[in-house]
Write a protein that binds this ligand. Structure first.
Ligand code: PLP
Length: 394
């Protein structure tokens, strides 16, 4: 098993060979309903016909150029992302982590430009996840990920929803940036309130700290709006995106406001591969689908899934809470979700487990109504096989 690979992941045994929409097939022809979408990535599902056609066409034209040359799709995607996010300029990356890293460097440079180069520290929220490079890892809360790699960058932690603590940290420490996920993904699908997001916006403005929204998992339409913070009318200074942005190809972006758009000068940041013709062509297919109304489907399927999950919460005492928005949902149990996740897998439904007790449900945006009902039926059947007597599960 896993020969030749480092042991960084616990991999399932199946070998997946193809799929269609929200369905995956393994090499024995077994069918799985994919409610994980490659960890919130494959928004258009598997084998999307328009994506395949566009990529085949692009492969016959040009795949890579470097950022030393212009390409129409790169500029097209940058402008469309700026429009969708109310930002002014984009820096492309190959992953979410790199987008966060770019945001941290942008914040440091912005402090130099403002004449406050001593403002080098960062603030982040307890429970947050922002990636695993040394910079992004510094902002990631989980001690298991951090411990073997110290020393990390200095970060001050703020408990989610604690506006007084946030004010204290920003006032006393004057960090360069506050980085937060409007809905924490790895932290267990925990949504921040509109009140807290608005307070963070006001406090960052008051104390000259850049507000960075990491929407790598909750952005790009997953909640039914392009950005999760748009549900609350909050516009940050910087947004990071990745995961579904190129419909499964590796791509990320760091976008910033007009005031920050000239912060990086030539040579101050870069990437050989990022924003190349092939990934940007894929991103145009994703953005075209959004322009055709894909997010209405996210909202509709999300509502169906959520009301089904709420029914399960009423019926089955093992279910503690339904969390999230749109197609970014979490089912929090009264005990570890690990065994339930494995049982669902054996029953042909793929989800994963975050924060120990939460089943994370982040299906492709193209999941059908019938597939949502199938998923709910399997969830009910599997959860019913676990202890549901409140005395046993609490
Ligand atoms: C909110 C958030 N930020 C950053 C990352 C890191 O992204 P990547 O794995 O593409 O480097 C993730 C990945 O799960 C994420 O969920």
């Amino acid at each position: 098993m896993d020969e030749g690979l480092m042991k960084t992941y616990a991999r399932a045994d199946e070998v997946f060979v193809d799929g269609r929409g929200a369905v995956l097939h393994d090499q024995d022809g077994r069918e799985f309903l994919d409610l994980l979408a490659g960890i919130a990535v494959s928004a258009l599902g598997h084998a999307h016909p328009a994506l395949g056609e566009a990529l085949r066409d692009q492969l016959g034209k040009v795949v890579h150029l470097s950022n030393l040359f212009r390409h129409p799709y790169t500029e097209n995607v940058a402008q469309r992302l700026c429009r969708h996010t109310d930002m002014a300029a984009a820096f492309f990356t190959n992953s979410g982590t790199e987008a966060v890293e770019a945001a941290l460097k942008l914040a440091r440079k912005a402090m130099h430009v403002r004449g406050t180069p001593e403002r080098t520290s960062f603030a982040a929220l307890e429970g947050g996840f922002h990636g695993r490079s040394l910079g992004a890892l510094s902002l990631t809360w989980n001690e298991k990920y951090r411990q073997p790699f110290r020393p990390l960058q200095p970060v001050t932690w703020v408990p989610p929803e604690d506006t007084a603590a946030l004010r204290r940290v920003l006032e006393q420490e004057r960090p360069a940036a506050l980085v937060l996920e409007p809905i924490q993904g790895e932290g267990g699908i925990r949504e921040l309130s509109g009140d807290f997001l608005r307070a963070a916006r006001e406090l960052c403005t008051a104390f000259g700290t850049l507000l960075v929204h990491d929407e790598i998992q909750c952005g790009c339409g997953r909640t039914g709006r392009f950005l999760a913070a748009q549900h609350h009318g909050v516009v940050p200074d910087v947004v990071t995106l990745a995961k579904p942005i190129a419909a499964g190809l590796p791509m990320g972006a760091m976008l910033c406001s007009a005031a920050l758009a000239d912060t990086f000068q030539k040579g101050e940041h870069g990437s050989t591969f990022a924003g190349g013709p092939l990934v940007c062509r894929a991103a145009t297919v994703f953005l075209d689908e959004i322009d055709r109304g894909l997010l209405d489907q996210v909202a509709a399927r999300g509502a169906e899934l959520r009301s089904g999950l709420e029914r399960l919460r009423h019926e089955l005492p093992i279910v503690r809470e339904v969390r999230g928005r749109g197609l970014m949902l979490g089912l929090r149990l009264w005990h570890s979700a690990d065994a339930v996740q494995k049982a669902l897998h054996r029953s042909g439904v793929l989800v994963n487990c975050t924060a120990g007790d939460v089943l994370r449900i982040v299906p492709p945006y193209v999941i059908t109504s019938a597939q949502v009902q199938d998923a709910l039926a399997t969830l009910r059947a599997v959860l019913a096989t676990f202890p549901n007597d409140p005395k046993e599960v609490h």
